[in-house]
Design a binder for this molecule. Structure first.
Ligand code: ACM
Length: 718
């Protein structure tokens, strides 16, 4: 990062505009001069209150960073102010601009932002602000707040997609309203225009619904999984402390207004018929009788709990949606529809009877009927239903928009049948995946999805005609928050990958270039810091390699790649926790490239985490080797996991500890041919599951060096 200022400085003379703007504008022509943005210069608006609001917002932004106060904006219908006086003009006027498009013309005297709609004017203002903010970073230190020179130029710009989204999961972990507002600020600075707000799920219901207060009284709170949380007794109740929070309607109205002022539409998501456990914990009569009433579950994964299909349940859902529509004025309402495991519907005689009454052939078709019914309700209220791509399986409801997450097939199918689709594909657009391999990366899913990977996502879905391609209305990054416990980590996981999504959504594929984008993200770091974005540095800082004799779990190889998480230990409740990279289907690691010719002392640190994953029958596929002692052992094997047992470290010393435990060291006998070690756990139970945190091989000192014993393949276990 050290060379950011240099980079911007070097480029300042020839292409500052190109390095300053994210997402990249369509068409930029630099004209070789400069305009000086200085305190007190005139700000004029034409186009009524909306233009005035944009100008005021721009002036406030500029005053905050880089600290230049313009004159208060003046409404003017005159064609232009006196020639020669520096000024900035915002003009909202019907013209040839595309939806959300703008024109930015900078001459030595006048900066003019013109758009045909207020969204376009806002985007033009953001581009201008980015130009000033980036130019300020490359200006002489100390001069930045007095005056900033920007290049003269002409930009013609408009987005490729109308939906440039970010999904934030506020259910698995709760973020404060202030954080949501900050996120909206940062989205606006990248011209992202949809916040898809994931508000209900198995683990929480976060939206106040006046008619059903238990949704938040009960549904917004849970005891986190694991021993540490169970032992964390709240003195006021004598019971384990509850984790949670919710958004009151008053707060939501404020957030929606805040978003609108920044040109962002909030699309609320209310999940049905699955991912409904929190609602069913509050109102068990809406389900099929299997949720523990009053208790919101805390496992991750997919619960089998579905809403039933009785009339009162639809009455409930419609009443909820009435309040949702009153809060969120945008056209789209997301009703989830993903991962609705149908077992409860299949085994319920009552649901089966309803299916016969309705003439519905199977459970997939029942979900189709369910979603279509909700879709009609929304339609009657002038809204449009959005659902995850599973809603295609039961027959696509009229007018539904598909959010394609299992790759882009859903989008293709939707577009081919004349439905709109948003690309939000796992894994590339899932920001719960880690973005770097360093052991300092925050918890998340284990798969690597780098900034480059996100930028390289192909928005051109193959196999569609020109007409069908028009149904691809956008692209979105999803921040699922199971493993993202803090707001600081949400920021890290989101930025700058969301900047890549912004460019996927805005800039035509033919104009995208990763190296160029990367340079712009680097040049943006000063203003990222100034506006408070604590972005990931994964792409820009290479961590030092680990010492040759030490490996953390992230620096070992995993034996398999089934369900890999960069998982946080469950304890302590407060303070730093260990983090393990682990395949929870097979907790097993390999260290290749070891040198055991002279033997070594092996020191292993291990920890435990609650196996709080609803993975259905897949759980049966997790097989641990048979233990020799009650607590099990960490086995160290030669070359592969079928290799000779070199050491077996009893886990008893770690059994009752929440924190990471250093097991007593063991000697590994000299191994002439062993170049790799396998580490795996034996045990009778997977909950809690053991994980390797760190392993160290200490070379013998010359005093205890023994000649290699090539006839023995078995090491010494203490
Ligand atoms: C999803 O990831 N279940 C939409």
């Amino acid at each position: 990062m050290a060379n950011v200022a240099n980079l911007a400085g070097r480029r300042a003379h020839w292409a500052l505009a190109l390095v300053a703007i994210i997402p990249a504008p369509r068409d930029v022509v630099e004209t070789g001069g400069q305009f000086t943005v200085a305190p007190g210069i005139a700000l004029t608006t034409r186009g009524g209150d909306a233009a005035q609001q944009v100008a005021v917002q721009f002036a406030e932004r500029l005053a905050r960073h880089p600290g230049i106060r313009l004159a208060p904006p003046v409404v003017s219908n005159a064609p232009s102010a006196a020639a020669g006086a520096s000024r900035v003009v915002f003009e909202l006027q019907p013209g040839d601009q595309k939806s959300e498009g703008y024109r930015l013309v900078v001459t030595p005297d006048v900066v003019t932002v013109t758009a045909a709609d207020v969204a376009g004017l806002r985007h033009g203002a953001v581009t201008l602000w980015q130009l000033v903010a980036t130019s300020a970073a490359s200006a002489t230190p100390g001069a930045a707040t007095r005056a900033v020179r920007i290049p003269t130029l002409r930009i013609e710009d408009a987005p490729q997609f109308g939906w440039r989204g970010l999904m934030l999961d506020s259910t698995r972990h709760y973020q404060s309203p202030a954080f949501i507002e900050r996120t909206l600020d940062w989205m606006a600075l990248h011209k992202l225009n949809v916040l898809h707000w994931h508000l209900t799920d198995d683990q929480a219901w976060r939206l106040e619904i006046k008619r059903y207060p238990k949704l938040t009284e009960i549904g917004a709170w849970r005891v986190p999984a694991g021993r540490a949380a169970e032992r964390d007794i709240d003195p006021t109740t004598g019971k384990p402390r509850l984790y949670g929070g919710y958004y009151s309607q008053e707060t939501v109205r404020r957030i929606v207004r805040y978003a609108a002022e920044r040109g962002i539409t909030i699309v609320p998501e209310i999940e049905m018929p699955g991912h409904a456990s929190a609602a069913l914990a509050a109102y068990p009569e809406l389900g099929l009788g299997v949720v523990t009433p009053g208790r919101v579950p805390a496992d991750w994964g997919v619960y089998a709990n579905l809403f039933n299909v009785e009339e009162p349940t639809f009455g409930f859902l419609e009443n909820v949606l009435r309040e949702v529509m009153a809060l969120f004025p945008g056209t789209y309402i997301h009703v989830g529809g993903d991962e609705a495991v149908k077992d409860q519907w299949r085994t319920s005689p009552r649901v089966q009877q309803r299916m016969r009454e309705l003439g519905v052939r199977d459970e997939a078709a029942l979900q189709g009927w369910f979603v279509a019914r909700i879709g009609r309700f929304l339609d009657q209220h002038g809204r449009r239903l959005v659902g995850w791509d599973e809603i295609l399986e039961g027959g696509i409801p009229a007018d539904a928009t598909i959010m394609s997450w299992r790759g882009v097939d859903g989008a293709r199918t939707a577009a081919q049948s004349g439905h709109d689709a948003v690309l939000a594909a796992w894994p590339t657009l899932y920001f719960d995946n880690r973005q770097g391999a360093a052991n300092t990366e925050p918890p998340g899913r284990g798969r690597l999805v780098t900034l480059r990977d996100v930028y390289g996502f192909d928005t051109r879905v193959a196999g569609l005609t020109e007409e069908q391609l028009r149904h691809l209305i956008g692209v979105q990054g999803n921040v699922w928050a199971e493993h993202i416990r803090t707001e600081e980590r949400v920021e890290w996981m989101t930025w700058p990958r969301a900047a890549a999504v912004a460019e996927l959504g805005w800039t035509p594929a033919t104009q995208r270039n990763y190296d160029d984008f990367r340079a712009r993200v680097m040049a943006a770091q000063p203003w990222y810091r100034a506006v408070g974005i604590r972005a990931a540095t994964s792409e820009f800082e290479t961590p030092p390699p680990p010492p040759a004799n030490v490996r953390r779990s992230q620096e070992l190889e995993l034996c398999s790649d089934k369900l890999v998480l960069n998982l946080e230990d469950d304890g302590p409740v407060a303070g730093p926790r260990a983090r393990f990279l682990v395949d929870i289907m097979n907790p097993c690691w390999t260290w290749s490239d070891v040198d055991l010719e002279r033997g070594a002392t092996l020191v292993a640190d291990v920890g435990q985490f609650p196996f709080n994953f609803q993975i259905g029958k897949d759980r049966d596929a997790i097989v641990l080797a048979t233990p020799a002692t009650a607590s099990g052992e960490l086995e160290v094997r030669a070359t592969t996991c079928d290799g000779a047992l070199l050491a077996s470290l009893p886990l008893a010393p770690a059994q009752d500890r929440d924190a990471v435990t250093r097991l007593p060291a063991v000697q590994l006998a000299p191994q002439a041919t062993t170049r790799a070690l396998c580490f795996r756990f034996t045990g009778r139970t997977i909950d809690p599951m053991w994980a390797l945190d760190r392993v160290e091989l200490q070379a013998p000192t010359s005093a205890d060096t023994a000649p290699p014993n090539s006839s023995s393949r078995t090491g010494v276990a203490r």
